[in-house]
Design a protein around this ligand. Structure first.
Ligand code: FA5
Length: 337
């Protein structure tokens, strides 16, 4: 086992030192110390070892993990300082053509807000650093609920979470305004994700919530379809399937046909031809009750659209990571200036 671990360290160090850019290093991070890495598997299987073996393997595994993490950090620092030192920056030069522009996500967020405002929604916001109660418990996700695993979270020292979704704004709005209610809340969310072409650790959603008497699933579908039609300026193909979220019952996943590959399959839609974009459902009566709404009188629906993915589909952006890259050339590439 020690030999195996030392080999992982040796191979990892070699690959890290040969890496040419940050993307490659993040990939190596996931391969060597990520959730599915050999090291994580060894740690998970430690319970099968004797106490003596556990001591040796445990401390060696931690040491190697820390060392690989340190090497990756150092290499990222080295690469970025190379980039800075290669560029000569003359602040006296006149500005050429970089006027700047809104990010594609902001453009789409504004468009969605406009559509919803026309349907009588008010636009509200909530904090990005949320309390555990509103991010989870008040949405019917108790402390040991398995649904917490679906949204791996960043915790702060003050026991707050970087909100994993915009749904806590539902709770804040019910507490503040009561019923009836019609709100939309665009905003940033955070998850400890393995990154790929359609997953970022920082991304945007827009939450919507309607509470009233006699609200139906058809009202929900109408609102969702109307948003999609206005954003994509055409009838996009959608599919509705059951989806599980503890705060809605019934819950749905409303997917759109991938606009990048036209449903033929690509890395953005994980070759399925469909993009998960608009999870939604009828608000769980318990969620209404917990925030002080009489669930014998009122019902409602809620949705949480992935705004970043919506912008990706609209502007045919191949990789979600480009949006947080800070490279303004990408805006020109999408025809936004
Ligand atoms: C939620 O976050 C629920 N709060 C949505 C909801 C609200 C359901 C109200 C019912 C009622 P989910 O984890 O599926 O659900 O995320 C919602 C959308 O956010 C996804 O469809 C996707 O478009 C986007 N999303 C989720 N994780 C990421 C990520 N790592 N990177 C980019 N977009 C993401």
């Amino acid at each position: 086992m020690e030999e195996k671990l030392n080999k992982i360290l040796e191979d990892g160090k070699k690959e890290i030192s040969n890496s040419k850019d940050e993307q490659a290093l993040l990939k190596l991070k996931s391969i060597y110390i990520g959730k599915d890495s050999e090291i994580t598997k060894i740690m998970k299987n430690m319970k099968e070892l004797s106490i003596e073996e556990k001591k040796i393997v445990g401390s060696l595994t931690n040491k190697i993990k820390n060392e690989l993490e340190k090497c990756i950090k150092a290499k990222i620092g080295e690469l970025s300082s190379n980039v800075i030192s290669k560029k000569t920056f003359d602040h006296t030069l006149p500005v050429t053509d970089s006027k700047g522009s809104l990010s594609p996500v902001t453009i789409v967020a504004n468009e969605v807000a406009d559509v919803l405002k026309k349907m009588g929604f008010i636009i509200v916001s909530g904090p990005e650093m949320e309390d555990e109660y509103r991010n989870f418990e008040a949405l019917n996700v108790s402390k040991d609920h398995p649904a917490r695993d679906m949204q791996d979270t960043y915790w702060t020292d003050e026991a707050k979470v970087l909100r994993t979704h915009t749904s806590p704004v539902q709770v804040r709005s019910m507490e503040k305004y009561g019923a009836p209610l019609r709100i939309a809340a665009p905003g940033r969310c955070f998850r400890n994700e393995d990154l790929d072409a359609s997953h970022e650790n920082t991304f945007f959603q827009v939450e919507g919530m309607v509470i009233d008497k006699e609200v139906s699933i058809s009202n929900l579908i109408y609102v969702m379809k109307n948003i999609l039609k206005e954003i994509y300026k055409s009838d996009v193909e959608v599919r509705l399937r059951p989806g599980f979220f503890p705060f809605v019952e019934p819950g749905f996943e409303l997917d759109i046909k991938c606009l990048i590959c036209n449903g033929n399959g690509c890395s953005r839609c994980k070759n399925s031809g469909w993009i998960e974009l608009c999870p939604c459902g009828m608000i769980h009566p318990e969620v209404l009750r917990m925030s002080g709404i009489d669930n014998t009188v009122y019902s409602g629906f809620a949705f949480g659209i992935g705004l970043t993915r919506m912008a990706m589909m609209k502007y045919k952006i191949n990789d979600i990571r480009m949006l947080n890259s800070g490279d303004i050339r990408s805006l020109k590439q999408f025809g936004i200036e």
